[in-house]
Design a protein around this ligand. Structure first.
Ligand SMILES: Cc1cc2nc3c(=O)[nH]c(=O)nc-3n(C[C@H](O)[C@H](O)[C@H](O)COP(=O)(O)O)c2cc1C
Length: 387
């Protein structure tokens, strides 16, 4: 069967990625916190909403999917959000997802925990590169991140605020993710069972996190660095720190990981440019809300001047359309791009963009709409019901 036929949706990439990756990484990507109830709810939330079909409208040959967010016009209303260690799941994974985003005309959110760093990606990704910042407990380290952003001409920083407490992912605990600092016999066995992934490791070596490479306090190699980076996260994140960063960073500042509209209200008052409504893909607070169920209330809390992006559980074009209909400016996706790049590299990420774009276009036109702008201009409730 041809690849085009084999890959019809995100779930096809998920299954293929799990077949190619050692269990420790497949589980790290897929897993959620504790009982994984928030993880499941994120998906179930979408089923509580229904879209309205309108017929006999004057449909254009091609729907216009362009949308305005992060201060600009982009070709699509969704883009890849920050995923740690993409370059572990596929050699140069960060670069491949970034290049696919650039080709699709959307931003790419590079994680602090990426394998390739800002300096090596900026020349290739240009304006499409945005940086996700985890605050380290050492202000000098944070300053080095900001300096790298300034030097590379990065416009947007996503400050992630929902990880001051590290939640428990039981799958990771079982596999020893973030606890193993080198390749143990158990890991070697997992790697041996995934020869396609392991061959690359043998040929090209174990990658490291470029941003902290050569700094002994972070250890050597991505596994040790993953554990050091996580243990060094600033546990005393407060709104004062958001305001301090606002003063330090003249570019666009978006805080990622706000899920209660009351926090959305404080975010707006603290002068940030936008908010990502996110529960970290169900990886932090278990038994929380599905993010889709909070979009309308968050939009109301933020008012018109503060951008609203949303992620967690988005897998379908119709999921994206629902978020836009409820008031989001754009959607970010995490795991889908990790799975696509792990399964099929550059081809996979390109295929994922085109599948999702086609699904969004078809959904909009079946709703009698020719563009994302038309959907966003419609009064709330015109095209979506439920919740
Ligand atoms: C494997 C993995 C790694 C992640 N790494 C980061 C990260 O480094 N920084 C960050 O802000 N969020 C990180 N996230 C959260 C994502 O940015 C995003 O909020 C979440 O994946 C959205 O849910 P989805 O995967 O269902 O799309 C990570 C998520 C996953 C699954």
């Amino acid at each position: 069967m041809s690849r085009d036929r084999r890959y019809q949706n995100v779930d096809d990439f998920r299954r293929a990625a799990c077949r190619r990756l050692p269990k420790i990484f497949a589980d790290y990507i897929e897993g959620g916190a504790f009982s994984e109830t928030t993880l499941a709810r994120n998906r179930m939330g979408f089923d509580r909403y229904a879209l309205s079909q309108r017929v006999l409208q004057d449909l254009a040959p091609q729907p216009d999917l362009s949308a305005t967010y992060l201060g600009r016009r982009w070709s699509l209303p969704f883009f890849p959000g920050p995923i740690g260690f993409l370059g572990l799941y596929r050699r140069d994974g960060d670069l491949l997802v970034g290049l696919a985003a650039k080709a699709a005309g959307v931003p790419f959110g590079l994680s602090t925990f990426s394998i390739k760093g800002i300096a090596s990606l900026a020349p290739q990704l240009g304006d499409n590169l945005a940086f996700q910042l985890y605050l380290d407990r050492d202000p000098a380290v944070n300053e080095s991140y900001l300096a790298a952003c300034r030097e590379a001409g990065v416009e947007t920083i996503f400050l992630t605020v929902d990880t001051a407490i590290t939640s428990v992912r039981e799958r990771d605990n079982r596999n020893g993710f973030r606890a193993v600092k080198h390749i143990t016999p158990g890991l070697a066995w997992q790697f041996a069972k995934r020869p396609r992934w392991s061959l690359d490791l043998l040929r090209n070596g174990f990658p490291g996190v470029e941003l902290v490479e050569g700094r002994p306090e972070f250890g050597r190699g991505a596994l040790a660095q993953a554990s050091a980076l996580s243990s060094r996260l600033d546990k005393h994140l407060t709104w004062d720190k958001v305001k301090a960063l606002r003063d330090l960073w003249p570019g666009r500042l978006v805080i990622k990981g706000v899920s209660d509209p009351r926090d959305g209200e404080i975010a707006r008052q603290s002068g940030v440019d936008g908010v990502v409504l996110s529960n970290h893909g169900g990886r932090q607070l278990d038994h929380g809300h599905a993010t889709i169920s909070q979009v309308a209330a968050m939009r109301a809390a933020l008012g018109p001047g503060c951008e609203l992006l949303v992620d967690s559980g988005f897998r379908r074009g119709s999921d994206v359309v629902k978020a836009l209909a409820l008031g989001a400016d754009a959607v970010m996706m995490g795991r889908p791009f990790a799975w696509a790049v792990a399964a099929e590299g550059a081809w996979g990420t390109g295929r994922l963009f085109s599948l999702l774009a086609a699904e969004i276009g078809i959904t909009l036109q079946l709703m009698g709409l020719n563009s994302v702008d038309q959907l966003k201009a419609a009064p709330a409730g015109d095209y979506i019901t439920g919740g």
